[in-house]
Design a protein around this ligand. Structure first.
Ligand code: TZP
Ligand code: MG
Length: 211
């Protein structure tokens, strides 16, 4: 992950419903102010026009801050806003189909929950994978049962050079353990967007990672 996205120790993901009423542009502004260099737009309940509006704003902000910007699920919106890439899950468009739409240089991330899914994502040309959910989380509807640290250890052992981000219930209290088990990037939603003071929260997370 670090080679793919410099400064991607924390991969911050948006979620309007958990953001204490703040607009997504405000939340992203706070993330960037705190030095986050990898942001994913993940909004499940917005209409396409609103998502495009949000993503055009976030693209401009992330470009200015020299941060990478990934759009969850929506290849069309990613292309329209000139995002750096797209993140897809197991029930979304397959990796090869996304590649045919976005071309060779944009990034594709694929969520994986098992060794088989990881092997397929790698074979299909994913640039990075999501590894999780490591712990219970209420952020994602219909989320699979936590896969646990064992799956993280599998990825670290089998794919030492594969960029990946650890996801699902990653919090200040468990993030150090996630990094100790070999993660170099963790993906967080609620722990960041639900914090009243996002920069202070990100500073606390970074401190926990490096302690
Ligand atoms: N994919 C697997 S778990 C998850 C996603 C998008 C949600 C993670 O959210 P949180 O709030 O960091 O547990
Ligand atoms: Mg998806």
């Amino acid at each position: 992950m670090i080679r793919l996205f410099p400064g991607a120790d924390i991969y911050a993901v948006t979620d309007d419903a958990l953001s204490l009423g703040r607009p997504v542009s405000t939340v992203v502004h706070e993330m960037l102010k705190a030095g986050i260099r990898l942001i994913q737009y993940r909004e499940k309940d917005k209409c396409a026009g609103q998502m495009l509006d949000d993503c055009l704003k976030i693209r401009a902000m992330t470009k200015e801050a020299n941060a990478a910007f990934i759009v969850n699920d929506h290849v069309d919106i990613a292309l329209l806003c000139e995002a750096d890439g797209v993140h897809v899950g197991q029930d979304d468009l397959p990796c090869e189909a996304v590649r045919s739409l976005i071309g060779p240089t944009r990034i594709i991330g694929v969520s994986t929950h098992s060794p088989e899914q990881a092997a397929k994502a790698v074979a299909d040309g994913a640039d990075y994978i999501g590894v999780g959910p490591l712990f219970p989380t209420r952020t994602k509807k219909d989320v699979t049962a936590p896969v646990g640290i064992g799956y993280l250890e599998h990825i670290v052992a089998v794919y030492p050079n594969l960029p990946f981000t650890a996801i699902g219930g990653v919090k200040i209290h468990n993030v150090a353990g996630v990094f100790r088990h070999g993660a170099r990037s963790c993906c967080m939603v609620s722990e960041i967007v639900s914090a009243p003071d996002i920069p202070a929260q990100i500073a606390r997370i970074r401190k926990a990672i490096t302690e």
